[in-house]
Design a protein around this ligand. Sequence first.
Ligand code: SF4
Length: 219
Amino acid sequence: MSSEETLNEIAQQIVVCTRCKLHLSRKKAVPGAGSAKTAVMFIGEGPGFHENEQGLPFVGQAGQFLDELLSQAGLLREDVFITNVVKCRPPGNRDPQPEELEACRYYLDRQIEAINPDVIVTLGRISMSYYINNGKISSIHGKPIWFDNRMIVPMFHPAAALHQPSLREVVMDDFAKLPDQIQKAKDARRQNPEVVSQSQPVLDDDEPDENSVEQLSLF
Ligand code: SF4
């Protein structure tokens, strides 16, 4: 089965999924969209009002800003894959609950496996927490680490910049670095996959361990 066929099969399962209680309040599940052959995946938090209406990821104001950011990085939405940690809208846009995250990770892990991206960009603290324990996004945004043989780049959620205009330039600066990071991830995976697969980010303290992040950073 091709990666595209696998993604389609996962999407068909998501739209009828009842693995957690978020299925009770959803209008449309949002499996994700984009290329199955991309080098980079973007993982946000969960569908909002507009995404729940349309069944597509990042279609509201935050989505428009994401399109701007992608364009600035020389990327088109159709050339990357965009999804969320939960595929159904949490009521009132609340944070997904642990059991919802756990239930929906079943799909996210299979999407990542099918696409096998060189780079995963986490958008916001919830998707970041899948890869970095106790890190503060305000300290580690834009700093790549390796996890499970992929480069992970934690970034602010685009909606954060809409709510806090001072973050806009920060988010744009982080995206500006992305083309170079993608190329370095491709090169590193091609040249030395075993070494990068052994690096694991571990941040144990409440406060971000800048030294650990620095050690895990590639550049
Ligand atoms: Fe299923 Fe995920 Fe929707 Fe929960 S959020 S019902 S696990 S697709």
